[in-house]
Design a binder for this molecule. Sequence first.
Ligand code: ATP
Ligand code: MG
Length: 456
Amino acid sequence: MHLARLQRSTPFRLAVAYGLLFVTSSLLVYLVTYLLLRAEIYSTLDNSVTETYSVIQSSYAPGDIEDVVQSMNSFSRLKNGDRRIFYLGSAAGKRLAGDIAKFVPATGLQTITGERLGLPGNERFRVKTGTIDGNNLLVGESLEATEDLGQIILANFAWMSVFTTLLAVFAGLFLARRAQTRIDAIAETMTEISDGNMSRRVRLTGSGDDIDLIATQINSALDRLSDLIESMRQVSADIAHDLKTPLNRLKLILEEASLREENNESVGEQLRDALAESDQINATFQALLRISQIEAGTRKTRFASVDLNQLLRTVVEIFGDVAEDNAQTLSFDAASSPDCFIEGDKELLMQLFVNLVENAMNHCPAGTAIRLSLRHTGNHCLATVADNGPGIPADEHEKVFRRLYRLDKSRNSPGHGLGLSMVKAIADLHGMAIGIEDNHPGARFVLSWERPAEQN
Ligand SMILES: Nc1ncnc2c1ncn2[C@@H]1O[C@H](COP(=O)(O)OP(=O)(O)OP(=O)(O)O)[C@@H](O)[C@H]1O
Ligand SMILES: [Mg+2]
């Protein structure tokens, strides 16, 4: 990995930050432990010197310095190597007992070099002095062992610090590399996706950790994206296919017009046909555009509370006469239907029910009864548009909502096969579920949505 890339890598930066924290805190712990241990060892040494001094001092009986000399000698015999030093001498400087040449007065407990006490080498001593019956008494203990122990502890801690640092560096790098590899795999997948390989997905480790969680979310977003792209591709192909027929028709009409024109025949009829055909194509495009706009969801900003009971009543008022002209009946029992409200766009909701009513009128024969209804079920509202016409076969229930899809038997009747696509787009925009049921006989379109909270 390049150094510049490494520096930009979040796992690496985290690893460095935690490594530094780990090393600094370990060093602090070692330092504090060392200082405490050192203080403890020194205080043990001081206690030992003070204790020996007190024992020797307490052996003195007034006027009898000899006991002190004896006590000191027995301590000298007991002494462990060169660790302890003793001195007892007269005020004039005459040595009475002990193993050092010179007396050096000390205040309290003091550290004095062996050189000052007339001892060879550069050993240091912890020393306590005092006077007994006018004589000078000195008791001391070598600091060598204590200092050696301190050195050992310090060296130990130094090694432990080196080990801790190495551990922090290698563990940090290992963990950073592992996380980075997984992040790189995600980046690689995204690059492949943007290169057009929509089937690629991020591989999961199955650990269920946060990176796996993000990978799962990315994968489901990619699934949705490829579904959308696939359906867009399908829709574009369908549209292109379905528009080929009217465009071919237009071309044939224009070819015929041109031929007639060459023969000096009238072309008025062909021009009118061409105009009608291009109007049809235009209307199809308009409808397709409108569906796309509805699907884009921008109309949501205009949402307000809409009274469905009122809306269905209006639909029946407007289309009742048209149905009558078709020898059909259109009914809605507003009085015995509940008030059902929905947050929505009134104009679009009107369009939805108009499309369903128009379908029933256009695709059902004379004598058909078209019924609208509205009711509550639990915390849902249900609106239906039912007829007793020829119905829609169950295996076509899904397909009729596709853009430009029409049943074979309707191919020769006017229409674009876009009415139900718009119904579906409007229902989706309002969070309404839509389904087709068999009305035995006929078709029943059922719309259901959750009742607004204030109505429950
Ligand atoms: N109530 C119904 N009874 C029987 N068939 C229906 C009914 N409603 C719709 N269909 C069938 O579903 C097809 C799709 O309907 P849709 O409203 O999408 O298109 P259309 O009515 O043919 O044309 P457009 O609505 O764009 O003018 C229709 O062509 C028709 O075959
Ligand atoms: Mg229609």
